[in-house]
Design a protein around this ligand. Structure first.
Ligand code: ATP
Ligand code: MG
Length: 357
């Protein structure tokens, strides 16, 4: 029997609704595969502002650092829209990412064939799409300094700086290669090397690192072309690795290929220490507490947690299969259901997936 400690941060809005189902699913995995999961709850986001006067209490950071992995719901909502920047729920999320030094953001984009009608793309284009986007999370233009706004001779002038070290590039590119080795062994490195100095270094580093992974086929692609190819022929991609801003944009674009926000999980990994797992959707305050939210993105995030932080790939696969099966059986929540007759509540969907394990 192995023991694992998991920090659970439900957060705001539908966060608690969907996290509850993922936790129960992990408990069921524990029963079936003989693992002991200890869940330790922490506050983050708006609930933490209300109860502790800060979106990221020190206690929460402690809980996370002492755990093998962190499962997070969502943060934010209209109630806290007018808070000052340091009291914004989202500040809590940025804070925990920073505290855990999470540098690699993984976003799998998998089209479940029974949901193919929700994709905006034609069936023959999008069928079997299964992409993993690996985005650098700690560097690039979002964090560069100097940043400046001043008034010059011709009016306002602004500066943002794109800064990366070679070491930051190397660790994320290596992560891309390692992940490609566990999949179809195809890595697309996305940059803008025809224009940017940072991208030229990125390409050099990718070529150098590729010597250590001779079993992975590396392709370079310019970001504008990549944006186009994701729509033209998404199936050509296996793993995509790219810097922070390109990854931000491409992963949102790619997420829409599957047509369903409520289905997509994410993982953020650090050098060592716990990874953080969360659905890509937000707190959806309009449907919070109504037992209608789709829990599958969070359940699939729990699968990523099993795979990437606990090394339990068989268990992760079992969860993904149980989700796929629920969809094949015709079960839907309202967001993916449309006019469907078998629309389930959050709780019911969680039960169905557990039953399929
Ligand atoms: P954020 O700024 O936190 O990303 P947002 O307002 O951009 O939040 P979401 O909170 O992700 O976006 O939700 C947008 C809409 O999508 C919601 O109002 C909700 O109707 C729907 N939605 C999001 N997640 C789910 C889910 N898990 N199940 C069902 N519907 C969802
Ligand atoms: Mg949003």
């Amino acid at each position: 029997m192995s023991n694992y400690k998991i920090a659970v941060l439900p957060g705001d809005g539908i966060g608690p609704d969907v996290v509850k189902e993922a936790v129960q699913l992990l408990e069921e995995i524990g029963n079936q595969y003989n693992h002991q999961f200890e869940f330790v709850y922490g506050k983050i986001g708006g609930v933490a502002v209300d109860e502790a006067g800060t979106p990221l209490p020190e206690k929460t950071v402690e809980i996370c650092k002492e755990s093998d992995a962190v499962l997070l719901g969502a943060v934010g909502g209209p109630k806290w829209d007018n808070e000052s920047p340091e009291l914004k729920p989202e500040t809590g999320l940025l804070g925990i990412r920073k505290a855990l030094q999470l540098y690699a953001n993984l976003r799998p984009v998998t089209l479940f064939s029974s949901l193919i009608h929700s994709s905006p793309l034609k069936r023959e284009v999008v069928l079997d799409t299964d992409i993993l986007i690996v985005r650098e999370l700690t560097g690039g233009i979002y964090f560069g300094s100097p940043r400046e706004r001043r008034v010059g001779e011709k009016g306002v002038e602004v500066i943002d700086t794109l800064f990366y070290t070679e070491a930051e590039m190397e660790r994320i590119i290596r992560k891309g290669f390692e992940l490609a080795q566990t999949r179809k062994r195809k890595l697309t490195s996305v940059d803008k090397a025809n224009v940017l100095e940072s991208s030229r270094l990125w390409r050099e580093v990718a070529n150098r690192v590729s010597c250590d992974y001779p079993d992975v086929a590396l392709t370079h692609m310019l970001v504008d072309n990549a944006a186009m190819q994701l729509i033209r022929n998404p199936r050509q991609f296996d793993v995509i690795v790219t810097e922070n801003m390109f990854g931000d944009i491409l992963s949102d674009e790619a997420s829409m290929l599957t047509g369903s926000l409520g289905m997509l999980p994410s993982a953020s990994l650090g050098v060592e220490g716990p990874g953080l797992y969360e659905p890509i959707h937000g707190s959806a305050p309009d449907i919070a507490g109504k037992d209608v939210a789709n829990p599958l993105a969070t359940i699939l995030s729990a699968a990523l947690l099993l795979r990437h932080s606990l090394g339990l790939s068989e268990e992760a696969y079992a969860v993904e299969k149980a989700v796929e099966q629920a969809l094949e059986q015709g079960f839907r929540t309202h967001d993916i259901g449309g006019e469907w007759e078998r629309v389930l509540s959050t709780t019911q969907m969680g039960e169905v997936v557990r039953g399929n394990l």
